[in-house]
Structure formats: C-alpha cells, structure tokens
Design a protein. Structure first.
Length: 390
C-alpha cells in the first residue's frame, strides 16, 4: 500500500501540452519493438478475428472494439474535474482493425495539425519515422465513427524528456482508437483525462519517466489491450506503473473537485507489462473494471515497501482473471482499503502466479469482502494470506 502524491503540479504541464502545436520534426528510422501478439492464454477466451467492430460495447464481458456500445456524449464540454459521459464496460476484447487512412502524416507538425482538427471518422496514418514532441487532442469521435490514429512500431512518438509531459494526451475526448505505434521518452506515456469509449491497442510504450498508460479524471468504458510496456519509471521508479486506473484520494482535490475519481468500467486485456511499480494499479474511487489475460513480469519492481506486487486493487468490483505473472518482490496480487469503503468486492479467478522466490503469497487480501477462487494457481508459496479460497 502506498500514498500517491505524484500528480501534484503536473496539470499545468498537461494543459500546455494539450494546446501546443509541436514544431520539432525529425524523420528517421524508429526502433522496432514487438507489440503484443497472440492471445496469451489460448483456451481462456481467445479474441475473435480483428475487424469485427469499432465501438466500445455494452455488457459485463471482457473487452473492446466489437460491442454495440451505448452512451453518445462527446466530452467536449467538460473541464478538468468534470465528469465525462459514462460508458459501459467494453463487451469483447477483439482486436480493432484500422480502416483505410483518410490522411497519412510524415512529421510532427503534420501530426499535431491533424489532431487539432480531427473529426468523427478520420483515420490518421503515421508513416514510419521519428515524431519528435508530445501530442494531444480535445476532439471527439462518435460511437459509429471513432477517430483512429494508426501506425507501426517504427512510427515513434519521441517526447525527448522523461521528466516532463505526456507522450499522447486525450483530454475531454471520446471514441478514439490508438493503434500500433510506439510512445517513448516522456514523463507519462499515454494519458486519458475525461476520456470515454476509447481503445488503446498494440502500442509499444517504453522508456517513460513514470507510468506508461494512465486513465483518470472520470475516464470510463475504455479498453487498454494488447500493448507492450517496458522500462517504466526512468525518472522515478516509485511511480513507474504499467497501467494506472483512476487517481489517489490525495489528488481528488486537485483533479476532481474533491470527488472520487470514478474512472469506472475500464478493461485491461492481453497486455505484456514489465514495470518498476505495479503492472496495474487500481485506485480507490474506481469500480467495475476487468483485468483479463495479461502477462506480468515483476523482475524490475522497485520494492521499497510499496511496489511489491503486480496488481494492487484498491477499487471495488473488479474481475481479475486469467492473468499470468512471474517474479515479484512480495506478492502477486494485493487488495487494500486505502480509503474507507474501497478495496472490496473484487474477484480473482484463473490467475497463474509464480512468486519466483518471493516471501509473500499469491493474493494478499489487505481488505475485506473480496473473493479468491480455488482455480487460481500459485507456485512458490501459499495462495492467500487468509488460508482459504472459494
């Protein structure tokens, strides 16, 4: 359990990044990295073939991209600390295919110009090369016509500095599809503020100062799927989460006008994450999300009494299933009551846990009201600190 104060003072940086047009453009060969490939757990709900849909779906299922969806707000009228349109949990974790490009960009200035004027149905293709700078948009697509930004691992958004800024920032936006490119060398990789109905898929996020992908400020109904995340925490290992859902109650006064950051109903599926802090940090105030089919490598966890598990579930009502992890500082998964009434109603099932010599347990229950199914498997220690499963 940890007290999170890391977002104090970064809002100004993010606001500046949102409106700025990037003026440094350098072309060149980007470093090729592998994006997440096949379903990591054949037989546990393999995604259907790509291209089956474009919307964030309804229902309590496991994914993004194929469902019929509900909720139609654009989010453009909201400000920092104002709730975005609530979206349901995506109903499938099928891969999203990129349609034919409506525009292909070849440099930093072109990219930011397209983001500034993006409209529903736009498909922005990133040509291979290095895009020096940090990028942002406040535009929205619709459920029927999301906005796509598509690239390859050789399409590299290079922020140039791991101590400041966001590599790609969506603010008060809805219905985007960020697919296939690389984000590197910014303090935070991909930031979604007040963003709903969006899919972040197949990105390669590496060498970032703090966390790789962060959903906060009432971001709901999004999917983070099939991304490869490595070398987080280059600026501060303590804050190097892979995927970060919501915000600490210590920051609600700055971010959400003192209200819980209800960044709810978000899906994290099929990602491969090596991080210096938790692979997935689920904050108090968030609820109703799902973590499914992810692969966690704890070999780079920074420890220090705080970063000692792959997942810390401090929110409510999450389903955490079919994930695999190897190597950790203490435990595989944890729950905590960081704020009164939170850290409960979470369900753990079908996870495969290799403690790799750590002295903890597979699932440490630091809060009440959570369920650990007996079909979780652990090697190197006991399944839970409570001594029983159900």
């Amino acid at each position: 359990m940890k007290i999170d104060v890391k977002f104090a003072g970064v809002l100004v940086v993010g606001a500046v990044a949102t409106s700025a047009v990037v003026v440094l453009a350098t072309q060149g060969g980007g470093k090729s990295e592998n994006t997440a490939g096949d379903d990591p757990f054949p037989g546990t709900g393999r995604p259907a073939p790509a291209g089956a849909g474009t919307g964030a779906g309804t229902g309590a299922g496991a994914g993004a991209g194929a469902g019929a969806g509900s909720g139609s707000g654009t989010g453009t009228g909201a400000g920092i600390g104002q709730p975005a349109p609530a979206m349901p949990l995506p109903s499938s974790y099928r891969r999203v295919a990129c349609p034919q490009a409506t525009a292909t960009v070849h440099g930093a200035v072109q990219l930011q110009e397209k983001l500034n004027t993006a409209a529903p149905g736009d498909v922005i293709r990133l040509a291979p090369g290095r895009y020096a700078g940090q990028y942002s948009s406040q535009k929205s697509g619709t459920q029927a016509k999301p906005i796509f930004v598509c690239g390859t691992p050789q399409s590299v958004l290079d922020g140039g500095d791991v101590s400041k800024g966001y590599g790609f920032h969506l603010e008060n936006a809805a219905h985007w599809r960020l697919i296939g490119f690389t984000v590197t060398r910014s303090q935070k990789g991909v930031m979604l503020d007040g963003t709903s109905g969006t899919v972040v898929q197949g990105l390669n996020v590496h060498d970032v100062g703090d966390e790789a992908i962060h959903l906060r400020d009432f971001s709901t109904g999004n999917a983070v799927q099939y991304n490869t995340i490595t070398r987080t925490g280059r600026h501060n290992p303590r804050f190097g989460e892979g995927v970060y859902l919501g915000s600490s109650h210590n920051n609600w006064g700055q971010l959400t006008q003192g209200k819980p950051d209800t960044s709810d109903a978000n899906l994290v599926a099929g990602n491969r994450i090596t991080a210096t802090a938790e692979a997935v940090d689920i904050k108090e105030g968030t609820s109703g999300g799902r973590l499914v089919g992810n692969v966690f490598d704890g070999s780079q966890l920074s420890g220090g009494g705080v970063n000692d598990s792959w997942v810390d579930a401090k929110g409510n009502g999450y389903v955490i299933e079919g994930n695999r992890g190897t190597g950790t500082v203490k435990d595989g998964f944890q729950t905590h009551e960081e704020y009164k009434g939170w850290g409960t109603g979470n369900v753990f099932r079908r996870n495969v846990i290799d403690l790799g010599g750590a002295k903890g347990v597979g699932i440490f229950l630091g809060s009440d009201g959570n369920t650990v199914a007996c079909d979780n498997r652990v090697s190197g220690g006991e399944l839970t600190n409570k001594g029983k499963c159900s």
